[in-house]
Design a protein around this ligand. Structure first.
Ligand code: SAM
Ligand code: SF4
Ligand code: F3S
Length: 442
């Protein structure tokens, strides 16, 4: 009998990469992916711990699944990801419906844990930080992403310990995969239909393996002729070294959108956050890149209402947004994370943070609307990623990652098409194909 596995993924792109790799691993012991969890023999929840009541959300989700399976045979229930790492054994104690708990650096052991459970009904928890063994194991298993735009994790973990962030605790210390291991995985993805490769890491631009840096990886991967576009995320301003800035002069395939989280426009707050850079250093990177290619645009992450944020600090964040004109950004109210330095600091009043968040988002949205409006009647290169949900149109992305929807069919998936933009809203462009032969990139 076919064993079916369902994975629900929360969190960042790295968690998405991990979920895909878990599918690749469990295939070896006879599991097949299902998109319908009601059908599943194995239910995996790949969790995120970055904000809010992450832990409670996981127990809530498990409670929901429990109800659905009340009258059916219980699936094997596995919790993976950053909440699994943070909570470890406590999850098995608190929720008997959970059978296995696996941290983000240990999921290469999932098959052993499943087989062990099937044989002995023994519940287990594994949360070692062993990125080296994990990637060594993963490099021997094909990455079956099969997507036009494929994720490729090159770096994990973090040594920076920003005072608000759980990542150093949930993903462990900074680790860079060996250069050749990444090139081999990129080649496999390119040979199997990937037109865009998205290099991932919690600190992707801190990548360092021997003398190789992210800039070397970019130049090497773009030699694969099937790869038309390259992107990387998430970067820290401190690691935006000259070799990486200069790569925008030399690379032919690196897309002109730089996602560089700044968190706040105030030096005082950056200092309190332990971000280890100033606003003038951030702007220096911005101006250097704009000089190399004025077409380059920035996106960012912002934390609003960090402990100690006063009106003046907040105004400085607004000023920075006006200056840089970020075309797309994530902004969230500060969420105290257990175990981090900022967890016990005096909080900004909730109403004040909400009011500031709305103001920030209005400013960010205005930038987005202006940018998207300016693209109307222009023709853009769009990499087609998939059909839309109703399967009547296709969905792709511009060089700046903006979603574009237009009439097309599944033969268009994986092509870079020239699309004329007819209309836009804040988040999406709507257009029509001009020519199917134009495969030009950036
Ligand atoms: N390494 C990246 C950097 O240095 O900017 C960020 C990676 S983190 C996974 C993604 C984003 O989550 C951060 O940029 C930050 O804006 C947000 N974040 C992290 N901890 C947070 C917290 N406690 N409250 C609100 N947002 C948070
Ligand atoms: Fe978190 Fe990024 Fe800071 Fe590391 S550098 S602690 S991942 S915000
Ligand atoms: Fe969330 Fe872990 Fe990613 S906390 S954002 S899934 S690194």
């Amino acid at each position: 009998m076919k064993q079916k596995i369902f994975i629900k993924t929360f969190g960042c792109q790295m968690n998405e990469y991990d979920s895909n790799r878990i599918f690749d691993i469990v295939k070896k012991i006879g599991y097949y992916k299902t998109d319908n969890y009601y059908d599943a023999n194995c239910y995996v929840l790949n969790t995120c711990h970055i904000r809010d009541k992450a832990k409670e959300k996981v127990y809530h989700e498990i409670g929901r699944v429990k109800k659905v399976f009340r009258l059916k045979k219980k699936p094997l229930v596995i919790v993976t990801g950053c909440v699994a790492q943070a909570e470890n054994q406590e999850m098995l104690r608190r929720e008997p419906f959970i059978d296995i708990v696996i941290g983000p650096q240990s999921y290469h052991e999932i098959n052993d844990k499943i087989l062990n459970y099937v044989e002995k009904k023994e519940k287990t928890e594994i949360t070692e930080f062993d990125a080296d063994t994990k990637f060594d194991y993963l490099s021997k298993i094909k990455n079956n992403s099969g997507k036009a735009s494929s994720f490729l994790t090159i770096q994990e973990g973090c040594d920076k310990f920003c005072h608000f962030c759980v990542v150093p605790y949930t993903r462990g210390p900074e680790f860079s995969r060996p250069f050749q291991q990444i090139i081999d995985e990129a080649k496999f993805l390119a040979d199997n239909g990937a037109k865009e490769i998205f290099l991932l890491g919690q600190n992707v631009n801190a990548y360092k393996s021997g003398e190789y840096r992210l800039s070397n990886l970019i130049l090497e991967i773009e030699k694969f002729s099937n790869v038309k576009r390259l992107r990387f995320t998430t970067s820290h301003p401190k690691d935006m070294t000259n070799d990486l800035v200069d790569i925008y002069k030399h690379s032919k395939k690196l897309m002109p959108l730089v996602h560089l989280p700044v968190q706040s426009g105030s030096n005082k707050i950056l200092n309190l956050m332990n971000r280890q850079h100033s606003i003038s250093e951030y702007l220096k990177i911005f101006y250097k890149l704009k000089k190399i290619n004025p077409k380059i645009e920035f996106s960012s992450d912002f934390i609003i209402g960090y402990p100690g944020e006063e009106e003046k600090d907040f105004e400085e964040t607004l000023d920075l947004i006006k200056k840089v004109k970020f075309i797309n950004s994530y902004s969230f109210i500060f969420s105290p994370r257990p175990g981090t330095v900022a967890a016990n600091l005096k909080q900004v009043k909730r109403e004040v943070s909400i009011e500031r968040l709305l103001k920030i988002q209005n400013q960010l949205f205005e930038n987005q609307i202006i940018m998207n409006k300016s693209l109307e009647n222009k023709s853009l290169n769009v990499l087609v990623e998939n059909l839309t949900k109703d399967k009547r149109q296709v969905f792709g992305r511009t060089e700046f990652m903006t979603p574009v929807i237009f009439d097309g069919n599944k033969e268009d998936i994986g092509k870079i098409l020239n699309v004329k933009i007819k209309r836009s809203n804040r988040s999406t462009l709507f257009g029509e194909i001009i020519s199917k032969s134009n495969q030009k990139v950036a």
